[in-house]
Design a protein. Structure first.
Length: 375
């Protein structure tokens, strides 16, 4: 994504004032209805472009009727298909996932050109920007924030994976952060997909720095464990201030991984992609995690990183296992404060989360400290 903050134009030279004009209804075939569309319930004024890319454009916008600030993702709508992101977001309700407020269609300049507009809560910061701000000042993201952000991300993933949805593009830019409350929201479900066993999936997915090794090998039968690899990369980046595996190409990405994790064993290769088990790699030893992490995490934190960044997808920690990890004991404290402010509520479990926890009493006890029962 490229940022174009403050420019008076949006997508393809479009004026901001015209970004959401011509709201229309679609008929059953996906065409703009020939009858006059009813007056829209809400109208929006684009304030600036937050991000743009091949997917479309994300705007910061004002709801004219309420003067509320929102974010609107505008994407081209191919009338031959339903928009998977819209269908998915309609089903998602979780405190650590950005909420879909509304969706509407607009027409473009060309005949039959239709755009889908997804209206979401506006959250001003991202983990990407937070990490860069600290790095530029020569400091690190406070460890308590690293814990809060990665914990909330794991909660979001536990919820998604329970619904058999794989996000497939976990990266700092897709993690929205309210730096006052320290609430984190996972966003951008443009690459997300419900994974079905036996059905192949595209391997060229996920932003390069955060791409799991099985994807680099071209696996098409991967699991939601690719998201856990990405989380491990994001967690380390928050700790050291720069991407852990900054590859310049797919092959170079693998080289960067091997430089840290060492050469994969034949068994690990078979676990990532069986037909690649005959590949030979030069013998390279793993770099100790304490060295990679620049001594900034204790043994507990180092063990968590190691448990996520495993070559074998089956050996990566699950999201709920990760939430129960000792690394997060600090943020389960009753009197937790962040810069003098009360920490976000980490125990506002959804019914889906409660159902997952109910299968493991030890997990329930770990995720809900004793003081919670007294309150």
């Amino acid at each position: 994504m490229s940022n174009r903050d403050g420019r008076p134009f949006g997508a393809d030279g479009e004026r901001l004032s015209d970004a959401f004009k011509n709201q229309v209804k679609l008929d059953s075939r996906g065409n703009a209805s020939p009858r006059k569309s009813p007056r829209p319930k809400f109208t929006y004024q684009a304030e600036r472009v937050i991000a743009s890319g091949s997917f479309g454009v994300v705007y910061q916008a004002m709801v004219q009727e309420t003067q509320e600030m929102v974010a609107i993702k505008k994407v081209f709508q191919d009338k031959r298909y339903k928009n998977r992101e819209l269908e998915m977001m309609k089903k998602l309700t979780h405190p650590c996932i950005v909420d879909l407020r509304h969706a509407f269609y607009t027409t473009g300049d060309k005949p039959d050109e239709i755009f889908l507009n997804l209206v979401m809560s506006y959250v001003p910061e991202t983990v990407y920007r937070v990490v860069r701000q600290y790095y530029k000042k020569g400091s690190n993201v406070p460890l308590v924030c690293v814990k809060l952000y990665s914990y909330q991300l794991m909660r979001a993933l536990a919820y998604l994976h329970n619904m058999e949805i794989c996000h497939r593009d976990i990266k700092p830019q897709n993690l929205l952060v309210d730096t006052k409350s320290h609430r984190l929201f996972l966003c951008d479900f443009g690459s997300a997909k419900r994974l079905v066993s036996g059905e192949p999936n595209v391997a060229y997915i996920c932003s390069r720095y955060y791409r799991a090794p099985e994807l680099i090998f071209g696996a098409t039968d991967y699991t939601d464990a690719i998201d856990l690899w990405s989380v491990g990369c994001v967690l380390v980046e928050m700790v050291i201030g720069t991407p852990l595996f900054p590859g310049e190409s797919g092959v170079d990405q693998l080289v960067e991984i091997i430089k840290v994790l060492g050469s994969p064993t034949p068994e690990q290769l078979a676990a990532m992609k069986p037909q690649h088990s005959e590949y030979k790699f030069p013998r390279i030893k793993q770099v100790p995690w304490a060295q990679v992490l620049k001594q900034r995490l204790d043994d507990t934190g180092t063990a968590l990183v190691s448990g996520l960044l495993q070559y074998d997808p089956r050996k990566r920690l699950s999201p709920l296992q990760t939430c129960a990890h000792g690394f997060y004991d600090e943020i389960r404290a009753e009197d937790l404060r962040v810069n003098g402010q009360k920490a976000p509520n980490l125990f506002d479990w959804t019914k889906e989360e409660r159902a997952m926890m109910s299968q493991d009493p030890e997990l329930v006890a770990k995720l809900n400290p004793p003081w919670r029962e007294k309150s």
